[in-house]
Design a protein around this ligand. Sequence first.
Ligand code: TXA
Ligand code: MG
Length: 327
Amino acid sequence: MDQKLQYFGEQITKGELVAFPTETVYGVGANAFDAKAVAKIFAVKGRPSDNPLIVHVSSFEEISKVASSIDELSKKIFEKFSPGPITVLLPKQDTIPEIVTAHSPLVGVRIPSHPIALEFLRAAGVPVAAPSANKSGKPSATNHTQVIEAFGTELPNVIVGGDASFGLESTVVLAKDQKQITILRQGAISQEELQNAFPEVNVVIASKEDLQNAPSPGIKYRHYAPQAKVELLSMDVTETQLQTRYEQLERTGERVAVLCSIEVKAKLPTSLTIIELGTEQDLHSVAQRLYAALLEADATGITRILIQMFPKLGIGRTIMERIERIA
Ligand code: TXA
Ligand code: MG
């Protein structure tokens, strides 16, 4: 085993925090069995205590350390999408402290697919509770340098792993009666992918009202917010309209940036400040760049972001859910 990952695994068993890469975003982890260690996560993030944490394990067999039982449909979800960017809510084991689930009887369980994450989890030898590695209310870190920028010396243990491949968090789901899968948080796996995998099951996105009454209390919080004010560009905005708006804002003293695909960028004058998202040909590339682009805008002192909208289909729906939330 990698010497460094061995070291970070030991840090976990000693009750310390470790930031680690996953295929979605970076996580900041602690031993899920150790309430004191988990409390450090809430402190360092400034996270409200009623927002539960996802518990990460390295294999299907390990789920039994965390969950007291697993129904047939949840099992099939793991078989189909794990290791990967899906989190399934299951009845929690008594050994998981209440602080992890914010007193809920359900625990979110995820098997990440990132090879470093898996090796780190094996080195730790215990399930690792981990939210995204950002200060509460900020966009999630998708690269180790963003983790270091966000926490500095408050979080000395950061595993280097480059860019996360998905760039958006895992999809959080709850299976019910073998008949329904409720998406509590939209994420890297789209509703369409879930529906295609389980044609006989009803796959629904939880409504705002559903979420107000839990079971995913965290989702009511305003997430993913950059410092800059964010303005949505309508789908059919012309280059001239965009440029007019840009200049109007600049005249009022705003520092403006346009966040758009490479296709839109190609049509705009090079005098504008543009932060590139990916290509419209593959919206996964837009997902992968979204948080990094928002953080880049903040880091360069942008006060106003004009952001392109994308079709609400597949991963585009998750992208738009995040964009509408920050705007
Ligand atoms: O991709 C991801 O999911 C990343 C990586 C690190 O795994 N983690 C992540 O964690 O995004 P976090 O804490 O930023 O978001 C977890 C979401 C929150 O909205 C929380 O409310 C929900 O999952 N959640 C976690 N445990 C839950 C539970 N027991 N019941 C209901 N919702 C839960
Ligand atoms: Mg988060």
